[in-house]
Design a protein around this ligand. Structure first.
Ligand code: SF4
Length: 368
């Protein structure tokens, strides 16, 4: 028998009826999953053994199988296999405290971010990215997006245990910056965000700690505004003018920069959220000083933060990463123009943290 996902409300209702369970039993179950960060019924010891066994026969807590985990001190990269044999990737990033603030050998973690995938592959064809080379296989379902988070929290609990206040370490920020364009999988992105934000049977994340990264699909940004989804927005901008954006990102032809900026202005007006602009630093292409000046002109009267992302050299693409001095000079022009800006740190660089900068080797091995 195929097992149902534990957040399938209809199936849980049937199960509750069938087993004549009091509502508090289901509350206990969700506490075990979301608060105690368990993904195996056997570990849910606040629930009777008999009930755990019955649940285990009919339900699963994640819909993905872990294929491989690669970690170092600051990151955990997890490859999942979907039920139909595709590989997707999620990355946990551990933001550590500055050494000078460390006391008592504690885990020294400031916060933990999870970068989730929303599609298998991507249809957007950005020239600096490898993900689209695989084509788009399919959208991930709500349960597959949520499963990445459930697994991550369980992994973090095993790795770090409890914080000083006795609550468990867990994911505090979620960014839709893995494989795929989340707004082209709007319904499942929206439904998974509902679970991330809600307190009952959910992760209780703050809306300020969930970020959708998009290449700029105007109709779906408008839909976010209409549906009143006040999470953070990161725009994969990568060029300050239409001509260069056209060359780097085919999406720009369908959704021109001027219109995109107008749509973003409407979003900011509604939610009063600062927008994160992702800007990739490619040698002799996006890193010229005149482009930095154009970026200042584009953003100086807008609520904006620019993340400069060093391009990750990749044998599958003939582009080169900007050198450090050029990046610093570019940053300085933005700062002098009054724009807040960060160069993605070594943590992000190593993990290729940016839309479409995640791994490729594994995917090509699939040959799908
Ligand atoms: S950069 Fe992002 S939107 Fe563009 S092809 Fe890659 S994954 Fe898709």
């Amino acid at each position: 028998m195929t097992k149902s996902f534990i957040l399938d409300a209809g199936k849980i209702q049937e199960f509750t009826k069938e087993h004549k369970l009091q509502p508090f039993r289901i509350k206990q179950l969700y506490q075990e999953i979301f608060k105690n960060q368990n993904i195996n019924f056997a570990d849910m010891t606040t629930i009777s053994k008999e009930l755990r066994e019955d649940l285990d026969k009919q339900f699963s807590v994640t819909t993905l199988k872990v294929d491989q985990i690669i970690e170092d001190r600051n990151t955990t990269k997890i490859w999942f296999e979907t039920h139909d044999g595709f590989m997707i990737e999620a990355v946990i990033l551990y933001h550590r405290q500055d050494d000078k603030y460390i006391k008592n050998n504690s885990p020294k973690l400031n916060r933990i971010t999870l970068c989730v995938s929303s599609q298998v592959g991507c249809p957007m064809w950005c020239i600096f990215c490898v993900t689209w080379k695989l084509g788009i296989k399919r959208n991930l379902g709500r349960d597959e997006i949520i499963s990445q988070l459930l697994f991550a929290n369980n992994h973090i609990k095993k790795k770090f245990g409890k914080q000083e206040d006795w609550t468990l370490y867990g994911v505090r920020n979620v960014v839709f910056m893995g494989m795929g364009e989340p707004l082209l999988n709007y319904d499942n992105t929206k439904k998974s965000i509902e679970v991330m934000l809600r307190q009952e049977a959910g992760f209780s994340l703050s809306k300020r700690h969930v970020t959708i990264s998009t290449s700029g699909i105007i109709p779906w940004i408008n839909q976010l505004i209409k549906d009143d989804i006040p999470v953070q927005l990161a725009i994969s901008l990568h060029a300050p003018n239409q001509e260069l954006r056209d060359k780097l990102m085919p999406v720009a032809k369908a959704y021109p920069l001027a219109e995109l900026m107008k749509t973003i202005d409407t979003y900011v007006k509604k939610f009063d959220n600062r927008i994160f602009y992702e800007y990739i630093m490619i040698k002799n292409i996006t890193d010229k000083p005149e482009l930095a000046r154009q970026l200042v002109t584009l953003l100086k009267h807008r609520l904006a933060h620019v993340n400069l992302i060093p391009y990750n050299n990749n044998p599958a693409i003939e582009l080169k990463e900007s050198d450090e001095a050029t990046m610093q000079a570019f940053k300085k022009i933005l700062e002098e123009g009054g724009i807040t800006v960060t160069i993605r740190d070594s943590l992000g660089r190593k993990m290729k943290w940016a839309c479409g900068q995640l791994g490729y080797e594994k995917l090509t091995q699939q040959g799908k």
